[in-house]
Design a protein around this ligand. Sequence first.
Ligand SMILES: NC(=O)c1ccc[n+]([C@@H]2O[C@H](COP(=O)([O-])OP(=O)(O)OC[C@H]3O[C@@H](n4cnc5c(N)ncnc54)[C@H](OP(=O)(O)O)[C@@H]3O)[C@@H](O)[C@H]2O)c1
Length: 226
Amino acid sequence: MTGANRGLGLEFVRQYAAEGVHVHAACRNPDKADALNALAASSKGLVKVHAMNVADAASVTACAKALEGTALDIIINNAGIYGPKQQSAGDMDYAGWAETHAVNTMGPLRVAVAFKEHLKRSSTRKMVAITSQMGSIAQGGGRGFYAYRSSKTALNMVINLLANDWRDEGITTLAMHPGWVRTDMGGPQAPLSPEESVSGMRKVIAALTPAGSGTYLDYAGKPIAW
Ligand SMILES: NC(=O)c1ccc[n+]([C@@H]2O[C@H](COP(=O)([O-])OP(=O)(O)OC[C@H]3O[C@@H](n4cnc5c(N)ncnc54)[C@H](OP(=O)(O)O)[C@@H]3O)[C@@H](O)[C@H]2O)c1
């Protein structure tokens, strides 16, 4: 689990641990991850906290190395950023756009590759990326938020490609939209609570089979047009 210190990531950790599942919870700054550390402390050893910045190759490699030999059933690539304030056609922060792609698009691939051997130690082998409906081209009518939208559209392609490339190795991939959720990113006006979104996503992940690899679903399991 990446981005496990707040928002949807923290809620995933809370729900899985409550069911007795072992969770490797990665975040950028474990020293400042008070809520996650408290959860880990009360989890009877189920939750282990690790440092990992998904935009930093050395950090991802170090985390994968620290977990060498560990079987991971499911990888949830959750960490993401909304991107720079200026991200319209007429007013683009290009450095911020590049950073958005480094975190939202390249980060999940980097994590998937670094932890592929851990995944292959399990028979479950599910690789999930939390994308967004805002990355859908087929839904049409999109305006603005060029950095965020394009990073998620590209992430969707990464998930689709990994489904093709890794199918023969029994790895199942999924691009999942969590709904619009009340987190720091989603804001207070969002209709869904993290509890509702994550409990829905966990059901979708549990029901995922190899035949569904490379699909783009929302938190209720409804397919989204690419
Ligand atoms: N909330 C929504 O309505 C919504 C809708 C569609 C999609 N999503 C997607 O859902 C995912 C989770 O979003 P959220 O709502 O939980 O957002 P959030 O509350 O803003 O949390 C984002 C998480 O990502 C982490 N992160 C950011 N950059 C990182 C990096 N370079 N390396 C590692 N971790 C990093 C953050 O860590 P720090 O605390 O260190 O910054 C934080 O843990 C994202 O991929 C987002 O795009 C959310």
